[in-house]
Write a protein that binds this ligand. Structure first.
Ligand code: AGP
Length: 619
């Protein structure tokens, strides 16, 4: 996720730069590891870009202002390809400086296009996928002489999810944007027009907007907006009026970042899978996993190290990776790992999971593991973070920035990424046939839509939370992959609603925790698919009956069609049918929505819960 802004005005002035900086300030929640701006006027293009937060760019502009401009494009980055450096920051210019582009998304075929351009003599300066678009656009612009035509021919060669904005040195009166899957909206002004990754980019200037459809190109000048499709034909865009205030716009119209980020979960999973599921011959490819294949084949143990929600993602992954790879997987809390003198050798593969990539407990555990000779793969959401840099390889989740302190979309993305890692290892080690891997990948690719269907039913879950606003204790039960989901559901309620909540393995109940059950005790039960493994489902059904017989209020998360649960449930939260190992990707969503809604009903600060920090950078 990145924030982008495009502006074109009737005169050459400082307004474009002011508008762009204001937009980038509002768009920082979409990415903040680097930022840049291009100014276009009759003298051509001038640009500045810097790694670091926006204030680094602002300081640079203070010291060396860009010239007055009639067209401006700007970008605040959440790195996906190429670390957060000055060179990798956007904008990216063509070799001859004739065009500049900013980009939000992932160009899946960038490697192949980079090879073609390099063979044609183009000299790349950055590690990004975006630079490919700058060079392609320059070649097309030189041949066609029109920026819209050039953009139209370039986007036909791109694969993946992208929003591109471009400006040309010899025409400072037009900005052209194009979108496929990544967002782009048009802001309509008086003698000026805007393009933005969302309305937060220009809501301070205008509330009159156009929503672009899939595969559309928008050409804006000071007094015109033209929409075409990727074949160059005129197309329609839906007008709308932004009814959010500026702060709501930053949250995409949602009341809290947490609510926004839960709604972003389908994209977080989709983007994490993007460009990784099929390589040559349909095999799974993980280019970024730069560890020698022979080393990966020799691995005799996998140790996941993480904290909090990331650790629960690791626990979910354990079930899948052991099933697929037939290698023992231990999941260790990072802060316990290095103090217990773990057995780690050069045949141990350590997987460090972290949203921030800066959790000190996990950093120290990574260092310890490497000192013991283990190879370390980081599964992190923040490009260029310490854990990524100190590991042997990094497999990034592409969840985009997670602003709310309590982790939601990153959890799902971590499961998706560790599943890709497990499938890749199984493919490499031969413990799964290629067609088996492809079957699971195909199932994974259906998950964003299934997650969306759970989110679409959030009203029912929010009503349940509202009715329980005075609850003082909630228990969570799960079995198999549902057990870490129960643990994560309890953590969400603790950290958001400050309520005692505890997760248990359902089978553990009769070994003590059942003493907690009394009349009216609320208990969430995550029920596995009745079509899944062995008798998991029936055993959990027995657990529900055990607690119900003792007065529990049973709140059951079950898959659609599993009518066996209804007679024992006070409330059923239905989720779409999924294979057993993929169920956590939908089963956790009602628990996240419930915790967020209950905290909201209690009037608590959902995004910044008391006592917590987004990244715990102390041991
Ligand atoms: C999750 O809701 C918490 N905020 C916390 O447990 C978090 O998952 C943990 O601190 C690990 O953070 P990381 O993923 O950035 O390493």
């Amino acid at each position: 996720m990145c924030g982008i802004i495009g502006y074109v005005g009737a005169s050459t002035s400082g307004r474009g730069l002011d508008v762009a900086l204001e937009a980038l300030r509002r768009l920082q929640y979409r990415g903040y590891d680097s930022a840049g701006i291009v100014a276009a006027n009759q003298d051509g293009l001038s640009h500045v870009k810097r790694a670091g937060k926006l204030e680094v760019l602002e300081a640079q502009l203070e010291a060396e202002p860009l010239p007055a401009a009639s067209a401006v494009i700007g970008h605040t980055r959440w790195a996906t390809h190429g670390g957060p450096t000055d060179v990798n920051a956007h904008p990216h210019l063509s070799e001859d400086g004739s065009v500049a582009v900013v980009h939000n998304g992932i160009l899946e075929n960038h490697a192949q296009l980079r090879r073609e351009l390099t063979e044609a003599g183009v000299k790349f300066v950055s590690e990004t996928d975006t630079e490919v678009a700058a060079h392609l656009l320059a070649h097309a612009y030189a041949a066609q002489g029109d920026l819209t035509d050039a953009m139209t021919s370039v986007v036909q060669r791109l694969e993946g999810a992208f929003t591109l904005l471009a400006v040309a040195a010899d025409n400072p009166h037009v900005v052209v944007g194009a979108r496929r899957t990544s967002p782009l909206v048009v802001g309509l002004g008086e003698g000026e027009n805007f393009l933005g990754s969302d309305v937060a980019a220009f809501v301070a200037q205008t509330t009159s907007a156009l929503e672009l459809g899939q595969d559309q190109v928008a050409t804006i000048t000071p007094d015109s907006v033209t929409i075409t499709d990727f074949d160059g034909n005129l197309a329609e865009a839906k007008p709308f009026t932004v009814d959010w205030d500026a702060s709501a716009a930053v949250k995409g119209g949602f009341a809290t970042f947490m609510d926004k980020e839960i709604h972003d979960e389908p994209n977080a999973v989709r983007d994490t899978l993007l460009g990784r599921t099929t390589g040559p011959g349909g095999a799974l490819q993980l280019d970024e996993l730069r560890i020698d294949e022979s080393v990966l084949r020799s691995v005799d143990k996998i140790v996941v190290i993480a904290c909090g929600t990331a650790a629960y993602a690791g626990h979910v992954a354990k079930y899948a990776i052991e099933h697929w790879c037939r290698v023992p997987v231990e999941v260790e809390l990072a802060h316990e790992f290095r103090y217990r003198d773990p057995v780690v050798t050069e045949k141990t593969l350590v997987v460090a999971i972290s949203q921030s990539g800066e959790t000190m407990d996990t950093i120290m555990a990574v260092r310890h593991a490497r000192e013991q000779g283990a190879k370390v793969v980081a599964v992190v959401n923040t490009m260029g973070s310490t854990i990524a840099r100190e590991s042997d390889a990094a497999l990034y989740t592409h969840a985009g920035p997670e602003v709310a302190v309590a982790s939601t979309k990153a959890f799902l993305a971590q499961i998706a990424a560790t599943y890709l890692l497990g499938l890749y290892l199984a493919q490499l080690r031969g413990t799964m046939f290629a067609d088996e891997v492809r079957t699971v990948l195909a199932e994974l690719e259906t998950m964003p839509a299934k997650i969306q269907s759970v989110i679409d039913g959030e009203g029912d879950i929010k009503a349940l939370a509202d009715s329980m606003r005075d609850v003082t204790s909630v228990l969570y039960l799960g079995r198999h992959v549902g057990f870490p989901v129960a643990m994560e559901g309890a953590l969400k309620l603790k950290e958001l609603a400050y309520i005692h909540a505890e997760g248990f393995a359902a089978g553990e109940l009769k070994h003590g925790p059942i003493a907690l059950i009394e009349d009216g005790q609320a208990v969430f039960v995550v029920v596995p698919s009745p079509r899944g493994r062995d008798v998991l489902h029936d055993k959990v059904l027995s657990n529900i009956q055990e607690i119900r017989a003792r007065g529990a209020r049973t709140l059951v998360v079950a898959e659609e069609g599993d009518t066996a649960v209804t007679e024992y449930a006070d409330k059923v939260l239905w989720v779409p049918r999924t294979p057993t190992l993929l169920a956590p990707l939908v089963a956790v969503v009602p628990l996240q929505i419930f915790a967020c809604a209950l905290a909201t009903a209690k009037g608590l600060d959902v995004d910044q819960p008391r006592n917590l920090a987004k990244s715990v950078t102390v041991e």
